[in-house]
Design a protein around this ligand. Structure first.
Ligand code: FMN
Length: 191
């Protein structure tokens, strides 16, 4: 475990195009005084420049569980989690308690930490109607996760691989949700 004098935010990205825009969210959160760490699913790494993210955050961008003999490289525990974008796959596996990526391991543990967690799922319109997905969203909400899934407010892309999934992503609404969720957090706050 490493310590940080600032509040620590884990920003988690998955295998979807909006992951490319995580750097802007990171710099915004840093301006609010957060020490931001980015963790990506292995698929998520294909959608962004990890070297740039490591430079901006000052932390390695992790995706794999560490070797048992390696030291922890990120501050732990975080004071908040943001999962944006959250894939159909990761939402369902998280709700099922599966921990087969580092991201899922952290998210599952996060449910037991009693810290704010926000997830912004990014399924396409068809996947968003899948009964397992709807059930996963409901479960995560019932466990206290702020799941920003509301196709009427946050329109979804028609097809998953399209560029639209990037332009539609509700970053501005996420910023508002994050400010609301982190209001009143104490801990190691400096900002
Ligand atoms: C170009 C491309 C774009 C994708 N976009 C999305 C997306 O927006 N939402 C989604 O749920 N899956 C999307 N996928 C599928 C996921 O990457 C795939 O389900 C993967 O297994 C997710 O792994 P992860 O949840 O560990 O990141 C996309 C795949 C490709 C190749």
């Amino acid at each position: 475990m490493t310590d940080s004098p600032k509040r620590v935010l884990y920003v988690i990205g998955c295998g979807a195009r909006p992951t490319a825009d995580i750097p802007d969210f990171v710099t915004w959160a840093q301006r609010l005084g957060w020490d931001v760490c980015v963790i990506l699913t292995p698929k998520g790494r294909q959608f962004t420049e990890t070297d740039r993210l490591a430079k901006v955050t000052g932390h390695p961008v992790r995706s794999e569980y560490k070797h048992p003999d390696e030291p922890d490289v990120l501050p732990w525990p975080p004071d908040a989690f943001v999962v944006a974008p959250a894939t159909f796959n990761t939402i369902n596996k998280w709700a099922a308690g599966i921990s087969d990526t580092l991201v899922l391991g952290l998210l599952n543990e996060g449910l037991g930490l009693d810290v704010p967690m926000i997830a912004v799922p990014n399924p396409n319109m068809a996947l968003a109607r899948h009964p397992a997905f709807l059930q996963s969203v409901e479960s995560l909400r019932s466990w206290g996760v702020r799941v920003m899934f509301d196709p009427a407010r946050f329109p979804l892309p028609k097809s998953v691989p399209g560029e639209t999934s990037r332009s539609l992503f509700p970053w501005e609404a996420l910023r508002e949700e994050f400010v609301d969720a982190s209001r009143g957090l104490s801990g190691r706050a400096t900002g």
